[in-house]
Design a protein around this ligand. Structure first.
Ligand code: CA
Ligand code: CA
Ligand code: CA
Length: 450
């Protein structure tokens, strides 16, 4: 049984730093996105509660700022998802804006046409409520898996919005083609047809417009900023203005990416690096002569009728490999015995404060596959990674998002209410340690002296 130790997820380095921990609040309904506000509150989206809740981390007091009444939610990847606070919020500029992303049903009748939109609200500090909704973009494709949905405002004042591949070519959606490499035509953009916005990172003006300096893909400018993604649930700008994003790999190669305008992150032609290791692209929708609908999905050994292509059979000058992966395995890695080598990354944050020695200039990445927070140290220019990921706070939780207090001493993690994860010993469990909570980890070690 020594072979079990070969799953790289179980071989991580555990960080030595000392923290105390406590539950700030429990009883939330799938807290999904947490942002630190200028009021020193955590602004939290509750995915299945359809609420935006403001939480005072010092006292645990919480107050609901908004309950949305038109969210459509039926599965674990949809509902009320992202939140982005405008940098002028509560600064007297009149731009007390809060942006959210959520799934809705476009069809007014009994059938369901799931879509996702971004909506802006204005915060009224007197009533502590969000009012005056304005839709920024709607009719963006959504489905029942790989929903991504993270929202961030960049230092350029534009809104970045991640879209997943909708679970296509996978599990129950195995006959739907992945569209992460598909691009809109000029006519599509004119017609406001956003059906190719799957598996992308979008960049929108705060009014939903297409910024003039967005990149061209195949000669067409749209909201698309980067392509070739699978399920980006973590996105954050570093202090140098660089954009970092996590992505979900298939059975290996969850990614941390540096997102650059106009680049291609490879999915589904490449998972992780273009190294032909433990991944081939099996395109179920193209099965012939047996049509896909007659086949039973098998993610490890697809039948011969499903065309397969190696990573090295594809190339694109814009392909950009990840900064690091969780985890890349040998070509002969034995999935049946060792299990998938992934962490299922959720939200990410950049650690920029000096409080914890050696932590400055790190990216913190949540794991849902086995509760852990991973710290990846960046090189001085932020464009490379130094050393191996270091793991913290392992528990039987699905850590969904992370945010660091401005002084860098406290780290907040939100947790899912249900689902499976790994227990502390590494076994599968659906008995979660701290369901529906925000946890606080306070650093108690020596502060950096330099
Ligand atoms: Ca309907
Ligand atoms: Ca990739
Ligand atoms: Ca690869």
């Amino acid at each position: 049984m020594t072979a079990l130790a070969q799953n790289p997820r179980d071989q991580h380095i555990v960080g030595p730093e000392l923290f105390t921990s406590r539950t700030v609040v429990s009883g939330l309904e799938n807290p999904w996105d947490i942002a630190w506000g200028p009021d020193d509150h955590l602004w939290i989206t509750e995915r299945t509660g359809f609420r935006i809740t403001r939480l005072d981390p010092a006292t645990g007091a919480k107050r609901v700022a908004l309950v949305l009444d038109d969210v459509y939610q039926s599965v674990v990847q949809d509902g009320l998802l992202g939140i982005a606070l405008h940098p002028d919020l509560l600064r007297g500029s009149g731009r007390d804006w809060v942006f959210v992303s959520y799934t809705y049903d476009r069809d007014p009748g009994e059938s369901v046409e799931r879509r996702i939109r971004v909506r802006r609200y204005t915060y009224d500090s007197a009533s502590q409520a969000l009012n005056a909704p304005v839709d920024i973009i709607d009719n963006v494709p959504a489905h029942d898996d790989h929903g991504a949905g993270r929202l961030v405002i960049g230092p350029d004042g534009q809104l970045y919005f991640s879209r997943g591949d909708l679970g296509s070519n996978f599990l129950t959606n195995y006959c739907n083609p992945i569209r992460s490499q598909d691009l809109p035509s000029a006519d599509d953009v004119r017609a406001r047809d956003w059906s190719t916005y799957q598996g992308k990172i979008l960049r929108l003006g705060l009014d939903g417009s297409i910024p003039d300096d967005n990149p061209m893909f195949a000669g067409v400018r749209s909201h698309i900023y980067a392509i070739g993604l699978r399920n980006t649930q973590g996105m954050v700008f570093g202090p140098g203005g660089l954009l970092y994003a996590s992505d979900h790999g298939p059975s290996t190669d969850d990614e941390l990416n540096l997102i650059v305008s106009g680049m291609n992150y490879g999915w589904p032609r490449v998972a992780g690096y273009r190294d032909d290791r433990a991944y081939v692209y099996a395109n179920w929708s193209q099965s012939t002569p047996t049509p896909c609908g007659s086949l039973k999905f098998d993610g490890i050994r697809p039948p011969a009728s499903v065309p397969q292509s190696k990573e090295s059979e594809w190339s694109d000058a814009a392909f950009t490999p990840p900064l690091t992966t969780f985890f890349t395995v040998a070509a002969d890695y034995d999935f049946a015995t060792l299990g998938t080598a992934t962490i299922a990354p959720g939200g990410i944050d950049v650690y920029a404060a000096p409080a914890i020695p050696d932590w400055a200039n790190s990216v913190l990445i949540t794991g849902m596959r086995g509760g852990g927070l991973y710290r990846v140290k960046l090189g001085p220019d932020g464009r490379s990674v130094v050393g191996e990921p270091v793991e913290y706070f392992r528990n039987a939780n699905r850590y969904r998002d992370v945010v660091v207090s401005p002084d860098g001493r406290r780290i907040y993690l939100s947790t899912d209410n249900f689902g499976t994860t790994a227990d502390v010993a590494g076994g599968r469990t659906s008995r979660l340690g701290n369901p529906g909570a925000v946890l606080e980890f306070t650093y108690t070690g020596p502060t950096a002296s330099r």
